[in-house]
Design a protein. Structure first.
Length: 737
């Protein structure tokens, strides 16, 4: 037997010890009579544990042959089969990657399930894999209420909290779109090392924060503590010391090697959580067998004695002992079951090796934007109901207003039309947001629809994702663009990948409002004037909206919500702060930057841009503040050059319809891209590159973007940015070439 081939050692130990009746001692003597546990429960759980073990062994064998691609196993974590048995499948489960036993056991709750084959297809990355369609080895299932998770640790915790919160909120609002039952709870499992992660701490904190204020967050956090994170040990008492006294969350400890203890503690955790609707932390102590994952060689960092000690505490051997002690199975029946399941798994996995894979670019990419649950949007609200909700403001809709006010009106109509929308974020409720864009919404719609979040961006986006899992269309706000970076993994790692890895079975409908960009007058400073959108440039499937004026903002916000509602899309809606209160364009009191509130049916479809002017000497392509400044400069450019130009406002930075853009440029050969964001990584770079590549004409393109610098304070705040003057100079330069 090889020092490196621990699966063979573990496999042989099992049969040898069961035949010889040599079992490790239990920490506590517990019997079936405890808590009315049924033999059928134990046998079923044990069977799932055995199947999971054989899946690990077989997957490794197939990986060596090159048939199987990703083998992060569940060995040592077989205790989680208990959770699969005890929690009904309508409790949504956000799972740790070592949850095969859970999945196998939960599958038994529904008829006609084929979990071994489903998992085999996933291991083999076959296009027939019923969850990811061959895109990743994930544990997930729509019917079992298990959103698929890849292996970014802890990133699923914030959204699990959001889903937990959504359950009672959906009940209180009588939400028709709600997917979970009123009595449902949420499960969320993770490893001991993952419990240190900022995303995890954010989730625990938010769950407790909400709960301590009387809010309902029915979630069982399950920490599967195997004492190590890859090669870094977790101190034996760390998890208990850290979480046993957390305000707002009850802590329970269970022995992951002892099915009966685990069943008793799990039932207790479930009862507390389901009845009290409060968070519970269930700490399952266990071991990790066969190293971390496929290529990991545990002897490289762990003493062989320690490895053997864990192997002697194999949960399967403990479970076998419990089966025999409680007259559920005899020694022979245990070994016979073990071999039967080996044969079954072997057969199913071998069959799956020949199943088709994704081979073409289009096939792989077809699920980036996908949604299997298309909805038809609700009817427009009646004028009577609008009048009621707007109150005295209703009569003022016909007057011109600045962008901040118009977005506020649009949010009112949206909350009225879509009863599953909620607005939340830092200071958005009573205060109405830093810039009053959410003013009055709290009063109009109440705390259940408009609420303040804890000061934690990860939780805000995570909450949004979680609410989306249960029928809501969340409209969260990140207070300033710079702070989105604190939470960007929730967008790029979690939200954007979900339809891709689930073939649209799960989506993240959401409109994330983000006030941002620079040019705030008399108020510089980096964090309130962040001028970089590059984070959004490379996230496949994300919609990025940047309106430049109030009327556009209203119409684009409506399209954004309908994209989220009908198509399950994630939209990031950037609101240029500097233009919130802007009223005039050329001279004081010209009122050229205020608009009347657009008719309730008006929208701007995705990708549709706006052209100002018809000149062909020069085209300025821009967006946001860049449009405002370019239009300011346009008159002087035309009078100084005696040539006519046009200015294109992109409005949507993702997607950009390049064929249409090239058509709009027409025969014009000189292009000035005005991008208010930092040169490196700005959208202007992409526009430059694609125009150059796709246009049939030989274009003379210039990118005029902000310097690669942060925004300083006070009067220096605009020094590094494109200005009316610099746009004028660049335009004249191009026109004179
Ligand atoms: C955010 C993130 N950082 C690092 C990793 C790499 N990584 C994968 S698993 C793992 C250890 C996790 O340990 P633990 O949470 O204890 O779970 P276990 O694997 O022991 O079950 C690490 C560091 C990751 N997947 N995600």
């Amino acid at each position: 037997m090889s020092l490196f081939n621990r699966e063979e050692v573990i496999d042989q130990n099992f049969t040898r010890w069961v035949v010889a009746g040599e079992f490790p001692k239990a920490k506590a003597k517990l019997y079936l009579s405890q808590d009315n546990i049924q033999k059928t429960d134990l046998i079923s759980i044990f069977e799932s544990q055995v199947i999971s073990r054989h899946i690990d062994i077989k997957a490794r064998e197939l990986k060596d042959k090159g048939d199987c691609f990703y083998t992060i196993g569940s060995s040592g974590h077989e205790g989680n089969a208990v959770f699969g048995r005890l929690f009904p499948y309508h409790d949504m489960a956000f799972l740790h990657y070592r949850s095969a036993p859970f999945f196998l056991e939960r599958s038994k709750q529904i008829s006609n399930s084929t979990p071994i084959y489903d998992m085999a297809l996933s291991f083999m990355a076959s296009s027939e894999d019923p969850i990811s369609g061959g895109r990743h080895k994930v544990i997930g299932s729509e019917v079992l209420n298990i959103p698929p998770q890849t292996s970014t640790i802890a990133s699923h915790l914030p959204k699990a909290v959001g889903t937990a919160f959504s359950i009672d909120r959906a009940r209180d609002l009588a939400l028709l779109e709600s997917k979970l039952f009123n009595e449902s709870i949420v499960l969320c499992s993770f490893g001991d090392a993952s419990a240190n992660h900022a995303a995890a701490l954010s989730a625990f904190n938010t769950a407790c924060w909400v709960s301590s204020q009387g809010g309902h967050v029915p979630i069982v956090f399950i920490c599967e503590d195997n004492g190590t994170g890859i090669s870094v040990p977790t101190d034996g008492k760390w998890i208990e010391n850290n979480f046993s006294n957390k305000y707002g969350m009850q802590y329970l400890k269970a022995d992951g090697l002892h099915l009966i203890d685990l069943i008793v503690k799990t039932k207790e955790a479930e009862k507390i959580c389901r009845l009290n609707r409060t968070p519970v932390f269930l700490h399952m102590k266990t071991v990790r067998l066969m190293g971390h994952a496929g290529s990991d060689v545990e002897v490289g960092y762990r003493n062989i004695k320690e490895i053997e000690k864990d192997e002697a505490n194999d949960p399967l051997i403990h479970s076998a002992r419990i089966m025999i002690e409680n007259n559920c199975l005899t020694n022979e029946e245990v070994t016979s079951l073990y071999e039967q399941k080996r044969a079954q798994v072997g057969h199913v996995f071998e069959n799956a090796t020949s199943r088709p894979k994704l081979k073409k670019v289009d096939e792989v990419m077809s699920t980036i934007i996908s949604n299997k649950h298309v909805r038809t949007r609700p009817k427009y609200p009646s004028n009577d109901s609008r009048e009621k909700i707007f109150g005295k403001e209703f009569g003022r809709l016909k007057f011109p207003h600045h962008m901040g006010k118009l977005i506020n009106y649009a949010l009112t109509d949206i909350l009225l039309q879509y009863s599953n929308t909620v607005v939340f974020g830092e200071d958005v409720a009573q205060k109405g947001g830093v810039y009053h864009v959410t003013a009055d919404l709290y009063r109009q719609f109440g705390v259940r629809r408009v609420f303040n979040s804890p000061l934690d961006e990860t939780s805000i986006i995570g909450f949004g994702l979680g609410l989306g899992h249960n029928g809501f269309v969340p409209i969260p706000e990140i207070q300033f663009l710079a702070y989105l970076h604190n939470a960007e993994d929730q967008l790029r790692g979690e939200a954007a990948t979900l339809p891709f890895f689930s073939e649209g079975r799960f989506t993240n409908p959401m409109v994330l409002r983000v006030p941002g960009l620079a040019y705030q007058k008399g108020f510089g400073g980096h964090f309130h004037n962040d001028n970089s959108l590059s984070i959004f440039r490379d996230i496949p499937g994300l919609i990025l909206a940047v309106p430049s004026n109030g009327a556009d903002a209203v119409k684009m916000l409506r399209s954004s919500v309908s994209q989220a509602y009908e198509n399950g899309r994630i939209v990031v809606f950037i609101e240029p702060i500097a233009l919130y209160m802007t009223r005039d364009l050329h001279i004081e009191k010209d009122g050229k930057w205020v608009n009347k509130y657009p008719d309730i049916k008006e929208e701007i479809p995705l990708g549709e841009f706006m052209t100002y002017g018809t000149g062909r000497s020069l085209t300025i392509i821009t967006y946001g503040n860049g449009l405002y400044l370019s239009l300011k400069a346009k008159k002087e450019i035309e009078s100084k050059s005696r040539k006519k130009i046009k200015v294109i406002d992109l409005r949507w930075l993702s997607p950009i319809d390049f064929p249409k853009l090239i058509k709009a440029i027409g025969s014009c050969k000189k292009i000035l891209i005005v991008d208010e964001c930092r040169k490196t990584g700005c959208h202007g770079e992409e526009i430059y590159m694609k125009l150059d590549q796709f246009s049939e004409h030989d274009l003379n393109i210039k990118l005029h973007a902000a310097e690669d610098c942060f925004i300083p304070l006070g009067v220096s705040a605009t020094v590094t940015l494109p200005s009316e003057r610099s746009i004028l100079n660049n335009a004249l330069g191009l026109l004179n070439e």
